[in-house]
Structure formats: structure tokens, C-alpha cells
Write a protein that binds this ligand. Sequence first.
Ligand code: MN
Length: 243
Amino acid sequence: MRRVRFRDPAGATRTGEWTDAIECDGRSYDPAAVEVLPPCEPTKVVCVGRNYVAHADERGADVPDRPLLFLKPPNAVASHGATVTLPTGVAGNRIEHEVELGAVVGERCRDVDPAEATGVLAGYTVMNDLSNRDDQRRETNWVRGKAFDGAAPIGPVLATPEEVPDDATVECRVDGEIRQRASREQMVFSVPELVSEVSRFLTLEPGDVIATGTPKGVGPVEDGDRLELTVEGVGTLQHTVRA
Ligand code: MN
């Protein structure tokens, strides 16, 4: 099932199932005619860096021997269909896209065993880990580089785990041109390993997102660009950016 949160034409917040249309309480809604909301309301987004070897290589960085973790706060979340206003960075303004599989937590948990980890997940979504490279490069704490308003577009749905194959394709297109395309099989640390590791340090809450790293092909986004970020089984998160 692919669950969508949306605001109906009367302004009410609803949850429905996204098939061809959005089905909710016996009614069908045209996805293009409603405001799609983020599929979950995270207390935090836990991001994993350099979790694909080819992306670490393109960044000139080593693959870490344990997951490299950083946080995005709730203010970073943006929805499907949003126009994200890019920040004016302190060190510069090279903002890049990073398509990622987002694992969405379904229950409060801590110290989760890897063998139990998929059981605490509500499912999966798509996330764009928007990153200001100029600020990121200049600082060891990536608040300016990674945590700005709108730096985490997520959606369009929360897909239950069985919808997303183990070898799901992860892809990013900018104005229709494919920039990133890989299989989640290429992750260094698997989703269960990531859930387990993060939960050793942080209590995970329902709706929290673990963004599982981006494959190679990251590149700049500019004023007016239309981004389409796809995870097989979840669907396509679409948003634009404005300088
Ligand atoms: Mn990332």
C-alpha cells in the first residue's frame, strides 16, 4: 500500500491510498488537484553519508567503517510539489541534489537488533538530501550545509515495506535528464544495519526518517530546475527550486 497524506479542496487533512487516483473514505481525488503533504511528520531526519562506494569516490572521500550520521530537523521537511527556496550560503551557493531511499519509523524504539529492524519500520519514502557543498566543505558541522529550511523534500507517499524490492532502483532526474541511477543493493550498510546502529544512540519515534545515503551522480541545482526523484515501489517525488 502507498499511503498519502493530503489536504482536500475543503482544507481538511486526510490520509488515503495512492493508486491511479488518491482513494480516501470512498472518494477519489485527482493527485494534481490536492495539496500533497509530507507522508510523515518526523521529529528528526537521520541522514547517512557515503553509503554508496561510487558516491564516496566521486566526493574524494573514504567509505567509513561505521555509518556516518548527521541530522536534519523538522524545519527541513518539504512536501511533494513544493518549490524550495535555496538559501544564500555563507561560503557559497552550490546546492546539489542527493536522491535517497528514506526508511520511515513506525514505532518508538531503541537498541533495535538488526534482525528485528524491519519490524519497527512503517515503510519507505523518497527524500532529496539537498546539500550546500560550499558551506559543507568549510565546516565540520553541517547545519548551514544540510539543515536549512526545505533541505529535505520527502514523499510523495509512505509505501509499506513489501512494495519496495531489495534491489529497488533509486533515480534522480533534473529537467528530465537522468543524473543519478543505482540499485539500493549497492548500499554499504543495509537498512536493518542502519536502523540498529542509529537506535543505539537515539530513541527513534514514529514518523522519523532514516535517509540511507545517495548513489553517485550528485550535481548542482539551479533556479527553476524541476526535480523528479524516484524509488522503485514508492513512486516519484517531484519538486522545483528557486534561487
Ligand atoms: Mn545524503
